[in-house]
Design a protein around this ligand. Sequence first.
Ligand code: ATP
Ligand SMILES: Nc1ccn([C@@H]2O[C@H](COP(=O)(O)O)[C@@H](O)[C@H]2O)c(=O)n1
Length: 230
Amino acid sequence: MNKIIIAIDGFSSCGKSTMAKDLAKEIGYIYIDSGAMYRAVTLYCIEHGLFLADGSIDEDKLKQQMSNIHISFRLDTESGRPRTFLNGTDVENQIRTLEVSSHVSPVAALGFVREALVRQQQELGKEKGIVMDGRDIGTAVFPDAELKIFVTASAEIRAQRRYDELKAKGQEASFEDILHNVEERDRIDQTREVSPLRKADDAILLDNSNMTIAEQKEWLMNQYLQATHA
Ligand SMILES: Nc1ncnc2c1ncn2[C@@H]1O[C@H](COP(=O)(O)OP(=O)(O)OP(=O)(O)O)[C@@H](O)[C@H]1O
Ligand SMILES: Nc1ccn([C@@H]2O[C@H](COP(=O)(O)O)[C@@H](O)[C@H]2O)c(=O)n1
């Protein structure tokens, strides 16, 4: 069967990567979490002092240093899930902290950052057989993707899911801080000038507020089967 490109976009913390990873594993596709790439650039900025005292980004320095930022993914054989590497170091846990979440959307709004990462994402998908999740995959990275999904859920439900996840990992965070972060990232992502978060006209909308992980997994598999006429 011919391989296709599956683009999964949507709001913060709505379950995109959970769905995308599961589907990719089941159908033998590559899974790419494009958000992890923006998070890795953000971690680089934090570690290299590129956030100025007023919270803004030293854009000139970041632009000069973009070619020093190498992001890759390696499959964790134990969990079967990809881990993100920044310049050869496993940063999968660091990029998921609230500190990185609080800084990532302004970094992702920079045109030169998007240009560099979109180029890499398109390269990763050139053989097809890929499931990629993010904010602009169906609109900018792969506008011709054969299957496009746009996921949403209420902000409170999304924040609760993220809160439960961080708590289970033993990370301290307040529900209010997480809700604020989720809403703020959505606002910045939807209003930025370059490739703002929006549903592609030909994307299928999924509100998973009242769905279990198993239900959304089955829903996505059905969309894939329909798209490939299997
Ligand atoms: N339908 C669901 N019901 C309950 N929890 C869910 C559901 N879908 C996903 N989750 C949980 O919600 C949390 C966020 O999911 P996930 O990381 O997949 O979201 P995301 O959209 O990829 O987030 P982000 O955009 O921030 O990367 C995870 O802990 C995941 O296990
Ligand atoms: N295609 C994408 C993916 C992500 N972003 C930005 O990165 C942030 C983190 O992404 P997560 O999927 O890990 O939540 C997100 O809030 C966006 O600002 C993006 O712009 N484009």
